[in-house]
Design a protein around this ligand. Structure first.
Ligand code: SF4
Length: 450
């Protein structure tokens, strides 16, 4: 086993994937080689997720397995959000962890490995320095994660919103925006390396630039990116915060063809009382008005706006009436994509005093009802695309079927387009939609967009 090799397991969200890829870049810059099998690696790293119960359990499970199979001379480092949130507890729960590195200092990964290598028989090394936010010293890394011709680009990290159920501000600290020039340079580098789709991510992209003295920072960033990188085909915006989708942002999104008519805007609920207990914007009329304004802005465009959102069911105090208000809202608003989570009791968040009073079976029953309702809506909306032609980014071919995504599909969380024939992987091609399923579409290659 070569000590200058590493194997990194990345868990959690796309923002964590970017941190994983940045840690990998730093290790490779320091002469390490990335290996695919844990048994071959001198250093094992798990970039953990510490957001909610199921994700935390998965992180512990992966750490336990690697610790169990760890070989003599191998180092096991737990990094990411779980370690930032629970620190010492993580190593206490999983014997065999050599190093604990918090997500706010992901950029110290090489230093942590060197310290462990220099110390014979090292006790667990805790690298959890007092850091108010995620570090700005990114060590000459590209804050991106590339998969094929699609790439996530992190525009900011941390969050300053007061959502009562959420541990992110505890883990990451307040929101820190990255300089526009750095983001533009990274987008140009990605374009130069064949990337066709740029996905802008942060905990809250609509808060971009507030700490850079920018008003409407996300709109400014999109204007700058489309002017400075005009030949990057697709730009997709994720994680918008309700209340901050401004008229200027809508105008920029609707007036620049590179920006996909797609918006991911987690709403979490629709009943004003529940939203107020969640410490979320509870002006549901604003939500209706803004979604209508956005849809209107795209109604004369080649593609209508696709909206993705997420909801939490079973939040403390959620009555049958409040849940019914959510169901009615989803039925009326007809989102393209909906993700649903059961409330996870998270100590340390401001919702902690509310406890977790909604029984698990009630959460389960509400989760199923909401998913079923959305499944029908999603199928009906998908059926409305039959006969239309959509541009599809081809991501793979399997048994003569090409698999890709349209503007309506963010990676990993939305649907796919399955196309007859062997299409060029990495290319964006017109596809005539011939069939619809609850989440995916089927189609045939189209000569040209009709
Ligand atoms: S906006 Fe709210 S839910 Fe999202 S990361 Fe920030 S605090 Fe958490």
């Amino acid at each position: 086993m070569n000590r200058k090799t590493f194997h990194l397991v990345s868990l959690g969200c796309a923002k964590n994937t970017v941190d994983s890829d940045s840690m990998a870049q730093l290790l490779i810059q320091d002469g390490f080689k990335n290996v695919t099998r844990p048994s071959q690696a001198g250093v094992l790293i798990v970039n953990t997720c510490g957001f909610i119960g199921p994700a935390k359990e998965e992180s512990f499970q992966v750490l336990r397995e690697l610790a169990r199979d760890k070989r003599r001379g191998q180092l096991l480092i737990a990094a990411g959000c779980l370690t930032q949130r629970y620190g010492v507890e993580v190593a206490q729960k999983v014997p065999g962890i050599d190093g604990v590195l918090g997500t706010r200092r992901w950029m110290d990964i090489v230093q942590v490995v060197q310290q462990l290598r220099q110390t014979p028989h090292p006790a667990t090394l805790y690298h959890l320095p007092e850091a108010p936010t995620v570090g700005r010293d990114e060590g000459n890394t590209l804050r991106v994660s590339v998969a094929g011709t699609s790439a996530y680009l992190k525009v900011a990290d941390g969050c300053r919103r007061p959502c009562a159920f959420c541990a992110i501000p505890l883990i990451k600290g307040t929101a820190v925006s990255r300089p526009i020039e750095t983001i533009v340079r990274e987008a140009q580098t990605l374009r130069d390396n064949g990337v066709r789709e740029l996905i802008l991510i942060a905990q809250d992209t609509t808060d971009y630039g507030h700490d850079l003295g920018l008003k409407d920072g996300l709109a400014v960033l999109l204007e700058t990116l489309t002017e400075r990188v005009p030949d990057l085909d697709w730009m997709r915006v994720m994680y918008a915060y309700p209340g901050y989708v401004t008229d200027r942002l809508i105008d920029v999104m609707a007036s620049r063809a590179q920006i996909l008519p797609y918006l991911d805007i987690p709403l979490q609920h629709a009943d004003p009382k529940t939203l107020a207990r969640m410490k979320r914007p509870s002006n549901i009329e604003w939500v209706h008005a803004t979604l209508a304004k956005m849809r209107t802005a795209f109604q004369d465009k080649p593609n209508r706006l696709a909206i993705r959102t997420t909801f939490i069911v079973g939040y403390p105090g959620e009555t049958d009436q409040e849940f019914q208000a959510l169901m009615d809202f989803v039925e009326q608003t007809r989102f393209d994509r909906v993700g649903t989570f059961k409330f996870s009791f998270e100590p340390g968040t401001t919702s902690e005093p509310l406890g977790d009073p909604v029984p698990a079976d009630v959460k389960e029953e509400r989760w199923n009802r909401l998913m079923e309702l959305q499944q029908n809506i999603s199928l009906q909306i998908n059926q409305s695309y039959v006969g239309k032609t959509l541009d599809v980014l081809v991501e793979g071919v399997d048994n003569g079927i090409s698999v890709g995504r349209s503007y309506r599909d963010a990676p990993e969380i939305d649907g796919l387009v399955l196309v007859e024939g062997q299409l060029p992987v990495g290319e964006i091609v017109p596809v005539r939609i011939s069939g619809a399923m609850a989440y995916d579409l089927t189609g045939v290659p189209a000569k040209e967009r009709l």
